[in-house]
Design a protein around this ligand. Structure first.
Ligand SMILES: C[S@@+](CC[C@H](N)C(=O)[O-])C[C@H]1O[C@@H](n2cnc3c(N)ncnc32)[C@H](O)[C@@H]1O
Length: 262
């Protein structure tokens, strides 16, 4: 598998550049974490692929983390196990090694999605749990009015939910993941009711999509949003979102269980 970047990053984004401040903006959100824990069930041995700094890894299970980027591995907190350098497409484990597998905000970056999903299924006896975005729902966010180019990039990167289900096989369940208003994991939609936060270039950098659009688009986004926040036009259109406890955006949990099990 090709290492495309100096720090080992194997996906389409260079985490050696964009990933260094990741954990400042991307802390696991407790509400989303609960949904993932429920999906993992009573699994004892859990594999986390594209594990990054360890978001959503349960601390009361035996976790094996796989992560290609050195910058991301370096940000793992001390209470989590060190991550193995590796990629989804070539998992160095025997068939059925794990009770459950997980990958959060990662599958859209893999070079060979089908191979990565097949590998996760191969090494996992029980549920494989994928947290990802439904590309067909990305335009529901106000971000599409301010940075349609960035949303278009995202829509082109995220695989269709049906593709993930087919790639994993077995019995597939897809759960909507409502995004809480004070979501602590700063993916773009997490700021649906806190637009000011996206004026911070660091918050944008923690979302790889911005690294694929011309910097002039980010500058235009910040300029337009600042203006509309100052003159009240953002609030006139979207102000209700500041009080909306959850946003049903594009976030989805895809759970594949081997056929014949529930
Ligand atoms: C947005 S980060 C998510 C990290 C973490 N799972 C989280 O939820 O915060 C995406 C991660 O996927 C990793 N990644 C990219 N391509 C990969 C591949 N082919 N195999 C495994 N991980 C990959 C990146 O290095 C990065 O750490």
């Amino acid at each position: 598998m090709t290492e495309r970047f100096n720090d080992g990053s194997a996906g389409d984004a260079d985490y050696g550049v964009i990933g260094t401040g990741y954990t400042v903006y991307r802390q696991p959100d407790p509400f989303i974490a609960r949904l993932i824990r429920d999906a993992l069930g009573d699994a004892r041995k859990v594999l986390n692929v594209g594990a990054g700094a360890g978001s959503y890894e349960p601390v009361d299970r035996e976790v094996t983390a796989v992560e290609p980027s050195a910058a991301m591995r370096a940000q793992r907190p001390a209470q989590l196990p060190a991550a193995i350098k590796g990629v989804a497409e070539q998992l160095p484990f025997a068939d059925g090694t794990f009770d459950a597998g997980m990958a959060t905000f990662s599958v859209h970056q893999w070079q060979d999605l089908a191979a990565g999903l097949a590998q996760m299924r191969r090494v996992t006896r029980g549920p494989v749990v994928i947290l990802s975005c439904d590309p067909a729902r990305l335009t529901r966010s106000w971000l599409n009015d301010y940075a349609p180019e960035m949303i278009a990039v995202e829509a082109g990167r995220y695989p269709a939910i049906a593709t993930l289900g087919r790639g994993l096989g077995g019995h597939v369940e897809v759960l909507p993941v409502p995004i809480p208003l004070n979501c602590t994991d700063g993916f773009s939609e997490a700021y649906y009711g806190r637009p000011e936060r996206l004026l911070d270039p660091g918050a944008r950098r923690a979302n790889s999509a911005w690294s694929f659009v011309d910097p002039a688009i980010a500058e235009r986004f910040a300029r337009d949003l600042s203006r509309d926040l100052a003159d009240g036009s953002w609030d006139a259109r979207y102000g209700h979102l500041r009080r909306q406890p959850y946003f049903d955006g594009s976030l989805r949990l895809i759970i594949s269980r081997p056929a014949g099990r529930d």
